[in-house]
Design a protein around this ligand. Structure first.
Ligand SMILES: Cc1cc2nc3c(=O)[nH]c(=O)nc-3n(C[C@H](O)[C@H](O)[C@H](O)COP(=O)(O)OP(=O)(O)OC[C@H]3O[C@@H](n4cnc5c(N)ncnc54)[C@H](O)[C@@H]3O)c2cc1C
Length: 574
């Protein structure tokens, strides 16, 4: 590590430390190693998920008084949420020996080890930091039960939308959100495309008639074969119709419509970044009591009615939250291989694009209570996630998938794609595109810009950068281009290539794998987001929304039915 003690701007701190430490030199230059007991600002480095992190750690009289993250290559939607939590923990403990921020283990390690380094330079005692270093164990304890009007389990898109919907319906409602991770917004904060939304400012600007004129009818028509009930589709359509206005009222603008119902915040900004920041802000402003690091467990029942939920927090305190309504918005179960093996056998061989919270904590509870579960084996697999970062990539107007030998791989999807890739040398496959592909889609430009893709001016250079066989790659491209030019079917792909690869570089490539992306099955909920028993009757006091339910859509549908759940739960309060 390349550490440096910085004197610049430290007059006050140095004076303070001089008073406390008589052998402190009167003057230090930036290159002078600090003596034991030194106060000052230490420029230190840590290694996070994306590589090097640069931090400034202020130490005064053996106390860590400030930590600044100068720069990092961490995923911004994670580090922006995780760093303040980590900083608070370290400052409070005056030590980096604290619990990692969940869903940000690598970033936590980077920050903690950098702080430990600064402390060592300041002559403070500190233990070696590893990836598994945690704070002192907390003994289990039982806290007094609490009562509120509505308790929401899960602080992702559906849970936050539910909280806002509830408070907007009844401002006096006492609403608690419990989120088991230390940061909010679930998978939503990673999302690029907010689709299914209709009647938007961006669609109107783009002249996208189909979704701005007769849009509700068109939406209903487009969803009629999804298997969702007609009542749910109608509510879904009407809510999507109002959603842009609802989001804009809280300052969330989706200004980029790139065809159909597809939206990003801007042409160079993912939707989830902006929507989730907006939902978090709005929920806080409306006075929702948000408790991160608090896991929802068993439901509390009175006969068959749901009257609350048991929770356990990071301090290992367990308590009951009694409520008139419980809304479960815990997402799917892509992160739980045991449940995958049971409900979608075979899919457990894949990694997932999901953050760690999607473990299906309520699946067994729902089943034990006799609630209706639907489509549990239905999966959505994302074709290309970056190894090992797990960001979703792809979407260029054209790409080749090749193996280590440079051989073209078939255009398989779903579980077949995962099996095909896993059967290659080292289980490796590479997504290759060119400058035209780069220009065609923002996600590729973003990932190239972030350095996730290898680049080559020639195919030889690209092959070298990816450590794949150059001769094999060139032979595959030659055949592919010949087929494209002749309008002939490519033997591997079983179709005529849409176009040839650019004659000249730059070319781009990245190692990818197919991954479990969304579980489409879950507990059945009606058009009011009420959970149903196996016989179709309503479970009193229980609502569910988002990926925890059986739903055909994604992000936007999760927000819609979260909002619907919150509104209906609040409207039913006595
Ligand atoms: C990388 C990535 C990119 C995606 N991109 C898109 C996209 O572009 N467009 C699209 O439509 N969809 C996309 N999706 C899918 C979309 O993110 C989900 O459909 C959406 O986030 C579902 O929202 P949710 O609130 O139901 O669940 P989640 O986002 O999973 O949130 C659930 C929350 O509940 C918490 N939780 C779980 N169990 C408990 C418990 N026991 N107690 C307390 N809290 C709990 C979790 O920690 C999590 O924070 C993407 C998914 C991923 C992983």
């Amino acid at each position: 590590m390349n550490n440096k003690f910085v004197k610049v701007g430290l007059a006050g701190l140095l004076a303070a430390s001089l008073a406390a430490c008589s052998n402190q030199p009167a003057q230090q230059t930036p290159s002078t190693a600090p003596e034991a007991g030194n106060s000052g600002v230490y420029e230190v480095k840590g290694t996070g998920y994306g590589g090097e992190m640069n931090l400034k750690v202020t130490i005064a009289d053996q106390k860590i008084t400030d930590i600044e993250l100068v720069d990092s290559h961490e995923t911004n939607v994670v580090i922006d949420r995780a760093f303040p939590v980590m900083k608070e923990r370290i400052l409070e403990a005056n030590s980096p020996v604290v619990d990692n921020v969940s869903a940000a283990t690598f970033s936590s390690f980077g920050v903690k080890s950098a702080v430990a380094d600064a402390m060592k330079q300041a002559g403070m005692d500190v233990e070696e930091i590893t990836m598994t270093t945690q704070g002192p164990e907390k003994p289990a304890s039982q806290r007094e039960a609490e009562t509120c009007d509505i308790v929401i389990v899960g602080g992702g898109p559906a849970g936050l939308a539910a909280a806002i919907g509830a408070k907007q319906t009844n401002a006096n409602a006492n609403v608690i959100v419990v989120e088991k991770l230390d940061i909010l917004s679930g998978n939503g904060k990673f999302d690029m495309n907010f689709f299914d939304i209709i009647n938007t400012e961006a669609q109107k600007k783009a002249g996208n008639e189909e979704w701005t004129v007769n849009q509700v009818e068109n939406f209903i028509e487009s969803k009629k074969d999804t298997g969702e009930s007609a009542e749910r589709i109608e509510v879904w359509a009407n809510e999507e119709n109002e959603l842009d206005a609802w989001l804009r009222a809280m300052g969330v603008e989706l200004n980029y419509n790139y065809g159909g119902t597809n939206h990003m915040a801007e042409d160079n900004q993912y939707s989830g970044e902006v929507i989730q920041a907006g939902l978090e802000k709005q929920a806080k402003e409306l006075g929702v009591d948000i408790r991160t690091g608090t896991k929802g467990e068993e439901l509390i029942l009175d006969g068959k009615d749901v009257t609350g939920v048991k929770v356990t927090n990071n301090d290992n305190e367990s308590y009951d939250i009694q409520a008139q309504a419980v809304i479960i918005a815990t997402g799917g179960f892509c992160s739980n291989k045991e449940l995958l093996a049971e409900y979608a056998p075979g899919y457990e061989i894949m990694n997932t694009s999901n953050q760690m919270g999607t473990t299906g904590d309520y699946v067994k509870i729902f089943e034990a209570n006799g609630y209706k579960m639907e489509n549990m084996g239905k999966m959505s697999v994302f074709a290309n996630i970056i190894v090992p970062r797990r960001d979703l990539t792809g979407g260029a107007d054209m790409n080749l998938l090749v193996n280590k030998e440079g051989e073209l791989l078939a255009n398989a999807s779903g579980l077949d794609r995962a099996k095909m890739i896993q059967s290659q040398t080292d289980g490796a496959a590479y997504y290759i595109t060119d400058k035209t592909g780069y220009d065609s889609f923002y996600r590729i430009r973003k990932h190239v810009g972030l350095g996730y893709y290898a680049e080559g001016k020639t195919l030889d250079e690209l092959a070298a950068a990816l450590s794949i066989d150059a001769a094999g790659l060139k032979a595959s491209v030659e055949q592919y281009n010949a087929d494209a030019e002749a309008g002939a079917e490519n033997a591997v792909l079983g179709k005529v290539p849409s176009r040839a690869l650019d004659a000249e570089g730059p070319f781009y490539g990245v190692r990818v794998e197919a991954a479990n992306h969304m579980t489409k099955g879950g507990v059945a909920a009606n058009e009011k987001a009420q959970v149903l028993f196996e016989d179709g009757s309503v479970v009193t006091g229980l609502y569910a929304a988002g990926e925890v339910t059986s739903q055909t859509g994604g992000y936007s549908q999760s927000v819609v039915f979260g909002k619907v759940a919150g509104e209906n739960a609040a409207a039913a309060l006595k």
